[in-house]
Design a protein around this ligand. Structure first.
Ligand SMILES: *[C@@H]1O[C@H](CO)[C@@H](O)[C@H](O)[C@H]1NC(C)=O
Ligand SMILES: *[C@@H]1O[C@H](CO)[C@@H](O)[C@H](O)[C@H]1NC(C)=O
Ligand SMILES: *[C@@H]1O[C@H](CO)[C@@H](O)[C@H](O)[C@H]1NC(C)=O
Ligand SMILES: *[C@@H]1O[C@H](CO)[C@@H](O)[C@H](O)[C@H]1NC(C)=O
Ligand SMILES: *[C@@H]1O[C@H](CO)[C@@H](O)[C@H](O)[C@H]1NC(C)=O
Ligand SMILES: *[C@@H]1O[C@H](CO)[C@@H](O)[C@H](O)[C@H]1NC(C)=O
Length: 483
């Protein structure tokens, strides 16, 4: 979350409907006809061959791998949630395991790299984990693993020392100039290992993301179908990482996907039935068939009938970085509609720290103010504050809840973007969406589905000592947005 680069002028805003939007690019009628036939064949075959998945070209491919999914968290040093909350595997241990298991390829999509604390010129012992991750990464090429790193164009604030070390170790690094291409940054954070395992979540390639910032993500193992699909998003970044690249319109057919909000990939996650897809932003980076990240988020909200629980670092019905600032109520409208039209219970748990935008708080209060005992509108907003000792408080850009997820009674959405305009219109981000209405309680696994586990993480944080109601100004005001 470190370099807050300034953004260029926004595109004229579109009216964002509830249905997920897909990619642009007009297709000639004959191509449309072929597309219809392919879609028909796709569905027809899906029925004949359950348990298989296929790529966009209709090429059937067995997906016999038993996909496992694991919720992964970084809990900042010094925080504890007391008894009764079983910790999830750490981002650090997950990354080290992924690095240790890599045998032929590792692709990383990243925002910026500061895995050693050279950036802060400190001797912070909690940087050790980041440094270990970097050491392990630097060994991969020699072990015969092809390492590719797509990174947002490095800014002056983030010296590319880690990236230089990676390049001299044999890794291929491409800086994606999204400021020039879309006016945003490459903000996505995901890993792809051996075409079979993946990590996606809020953690940056930053030592603080392992020990000083609260992060949430998911790791998926032995799941080539999903890894292959996420790989297409990586290939898009990779293609844009060559000097002078331009965004193809439309994207070549091999970037397109069959898995999206309308036709998610049906598979078993830890033995429980689930329907899964990856969304991507901004729209210009979506190939045919890819659900836009905003569309994914809105469709998860639109499908909820009981509750929507959101944990996000920043929430603003405006743009954050573009000048002049724009009103951008796409998500706020969808939430209020769910509350009014379907009586959905809303809870927002928003991260707050010194650097929070002051304009965020009045909008959050306005949302919370709709709660009413007589109309029975149900909405609550709490601010999550990561505690800091005097020494920890001196670490720049740390001690914050950087999570970006949503859970409803039907689905889990694990993303990489703040919830404000720029992230969906210009900045590159992506999300894993898991539709899982079935409970794992009956399947004998005992630990619950990923959706149930995510709901449990939300409950833990919501009711913890670290969250304060937005109405309880005394508890949060001096700590939030005071810079
Ligand atoms: C999210 O929002 C915060 C506060 O507005 C901002 O400082 C940060 O750079 C944003 N990006 C990330 C990575 O969360
Ligand atoms: C993935 O599959 C391999 C080989 O079958 C197995 O050894 C490994 O434990 C699996 N990983 C997970 C996380 O289930
Ligand atoms: C599509 O094909 C081109 C040309 O062969 C290749 O460079 C690119 O990586 C491919 N994209 C994907 C998503 O496989
Ligand atoms: C999940 O799948 C069910 C059944 O197919 C569907 O009714 C629902 O709309 C989906 N939910 C989301 C969030 O896409
Ligand atoms: C709703 O009623 C409860 C219990 O009477 C009260 O504590 C709470 O303040 C009321 N909330 C609102 C928003 O009126
Ligand atoms: C799935 O299986 C893995 C490895 O067996 C386990 O660590 C994880 O907690 C399970 N996830 C869910 C959602 O049950």
């Amino acid at each position: 979350m470190k370099p807050n680069s300034t953004y260029k002028q926004l595109d004229p805003l579109q009216d964002h409907g509830v249905l997920p939007k897909r990619c642009r690019g007009a297709l000639p009628p004959i191509a449309l006809l072929i597309l219809f036939i392919l879609i028909f064949l796709f569905f027809f075959n899906l029925r004949l061959n359950p348990g298989r998945c296929r790529g966009a070209g209709g090429d059937a491919k067995a997906c016999a791998d038993p996909c496992r999914i694991v919720l992964v968290e970084s809990i900042p040093e010094g925080m504890s949630f007391g008894a009764g909350s079983a910790p999830n595997p750490s981002t650090f241990s997950t990354w080290m395991n992924l690095l240790g298991s890599a045998t032929h390829s590792l692709d990383i999509a990243s925002f910026y790299w500061t895995l050693t604390n050279e950036d802060t010129h400190t001797q912070e012992p909690s940087a050790t984990q980041g440094e270990q991750v970097l050491q392990e990464l630097l060994r991969l090429s020699r072990r015969g693993v092809t390492v590719r790193v797509a990174v947002s164009r490095p800014s002056a604030k983030a010296p590319p020392r880690d990236l230089q070390a990676l390049e001299s170790s044999g890794a291929a690094v491409r800086a994606v100039d999204l400021p020039r291409l879309t006016g945003g940054v490459l903000h996505t954070k995901f890993w792809l290992v051996d075409g079979a395992h993946l990590y996606v979540g809020s953690a940056n390639m930053d030592w603080r993301s392992l020990t000083q910032v609260k992060e949430l993500g998911a790791a998926v193992y032995n799941c080539s179908c999903l890894a292959e699909d996420l790989g297409k998003i990586f290939e898009a970044y990779w293609a844009l990482g060559v000097p002078g690249a331009s965004i193809p319109v439309p994207w070549p057919a091999n970037y397109s996907t069959a898995f999206n909000a309308e036709t998610p990939l049906e598979l078993q996650l830890n033995g429980s039935a689930a329907a899964v897809y990856f969304s991507s932003s901004p729209p210009a980076l979506c190939a045919t068939g890819r659900t836009e990240d905003l569309g994914a988020l809105l469709s998860v909200i639109a499908a909820a009938e009981a509750f929507v629980d959101i944990a996000v670092m920043s929430y603003l019905p405006t743009t954050e970085f573009s000048h002049p600032q724009r009103f951008w109520p796409a998500i706020d409208d969808a939430l209020r509609r769910a509350m009014v039209e379907r009586r959905v219970r809303l809870r927002l748990l928003v991260g707050c720290w010194r650097h929070s935008q002051a304009t965020m708080f009045p909008f959050l209060k306005s949302l919370a103010a709709v709660a009413d005992n007589r109309s029975h509108y149900s909405v609550a907003v709490r601010l999550f504050m990561v505690p800091a000792s005097a020494a920890q408080a001196r670490i720049p850009y740390a001690r914050v809840n950087h999570n970006k997820y949503m859970v409803t009674e039907k689905a889990a959405y694990i993303g990489t973007s703040n919830w404000s305009g720029d992230y969906f219109t210009q900045t590159a981000g992506s999300a894993l969406v898991v539709n899982q209405t079935v409970s794992a309680a009956g399947t004998g696994t005992g630990t619950g589905t990923i959706r149930e586990q995510l709901a449990a993480v939300f409950e833990r944080d919501w009711s913890s000592q670290y969250s304060a109601d937005i109405g309880d100004t005394e508890r949060w005001q001096s700590r939030c947005g005071s810079h």
